[in-house]
Design a protein around this ligand. Structure first.
Ligand code: PSU
Ligand code: MN
Length: 305
């Protein structure tokens, strides 16, 4: 039974009730991941990409304390305009945002939680949180990883962004039993670039193969999610040397300013966009659209299986 805090958009509800494919989309990427108005334009284009590929989009957020599964165009615009004034909401924050009737932008972790409440199994975003560089002293490990360990939602992303420690993030996911699937690639994509020095656990070439692995996992009650790493389209990939130096500078500035905790990721994303004069934003938009398409294809196959 659904909890009394949830509102499901009628189109999403109709799709869920009739077993049609649905793709969840997060909202921290809208409020904290991109500037206005690109954030709103992108969120609407991502929804359209899901529709164009045969699934129903459900952008997830908390508005005035209500858990929203599927937003209207006006609600997406509202959230995009609120930007950093919306509360970046991860698992620990949900009850407070709800009790105080606030606006919360959901991270990967909390989007997975709300998608699961509504019975949505496939989710598309740009990048997931992970183990931050220097985590051996800062202990900064995203709650996204713990969520992937326990909640049955598959997350399509463009791999792991190198603001994070890719190797440690993979180790953490392995410990927690979370598979990292490369879509048509054996190497882990690093968000802005198609490749990194790390491999994926499984290279799968089709949405059908991904859907059947997910079905087998969950039918055996093996709890938890999966990371589906989809490389950025070649024409939008950024030079890896450039990104390495930009990210290193951004991390240095973050340390000098003493920025920590939940502010780290939004700070780094904004700095990288600033330092690449918007090129990284273009790449970000292209990869999210690409992920929406793959997620819709997987959701279609999953709904038939
Ligand atoms: N990575 C991106 N773009 C984003 C995020 C991560 O490339 O917008 C957001 C996602 O919502 C993710 C969150 O769940 O940042 C992780 O934040 P933290 O590291 O504080 O857990
Ligand atoms: Mn963190």
């Amino acid at each position: 039974m659904l909890n009394p805090y949830i509102d499901i958009h009628p189109d999403v509800k109709a799709a869920i009730d009739s077993g049609k494919p649905v793709v969840a989309l997060e909202s921290t990427i809208i409020s904290h991941g991109m500037p206005y108005p690109e954030n709103v334009q992108t969120a609407l284009r991502v929804e359209q990409a899901v529709r164009d590929n045969g699934a129903v989009p459900a952008t997830i957020a908390i508005l005035k304390g209500r858990l929203k599964i599927g937003l209207s165009e006006d609600e997406i615009t509202y959230l995009g305009q609120r930007g950093l004034d919306a509360i970046k909401t991860s698992r620990r924050d949900i009850p407070f945002v709800v009790a105080n009737k606030q606006d919360g932008a959901t991270t990967v972790a909390s989007t997975m939680i709300l998608a699961d409440m509504a019975g949505i199994r496939v989710f598309a975003t740009g990048g997931i949180g992970g183990v931050h560089r220097g985590a051996e002293t800062s202990f900064d490990i995203s709650a996204d990883l713990e969520e992937l360990a326990q909640t049955n939602v598959a997350v399509v992303c463009a791999g792991i962004k190198s603001i994070l420690d890719l190797g440690l993030t993979l180790e953490y996911l392995e410990t927690k039993g979370v598979p990292v699937i490369g879509y048509q690639t054996g190497t882990l994509p690093a968000f802005y670039t198609r490749e990194s020095e790390f491999g994926v656990d499984y290279c799968l070439d089709s949405p059908e193969q991904i859907a059947s692995a997910l079905k087998a996992k969950w039918e055996m009650s093996l709890c938890g999610g999966a990371v589906i790493a989809n490389p950025i389209p070649t024409e939008h990939a950024m030079p890896s040397k450039l990104m390495d130096s930009v990210i290193a500078e951004a991390i240095k500035e973050m340390e000098q300013k003493g920025i920590k905790g939940k502010d780290s990721t939004p700070f780094l994303l904004a700095k990288v966009a600033e330092k690449t004069k918007g090129d990284s934003l273009k790449a970000n938009i292209a990869l999210v659209l690409n992920n929406a398409k793959l997620a819709a294809n997987v959701a279609v196959c999953f709904s038939k299986s």
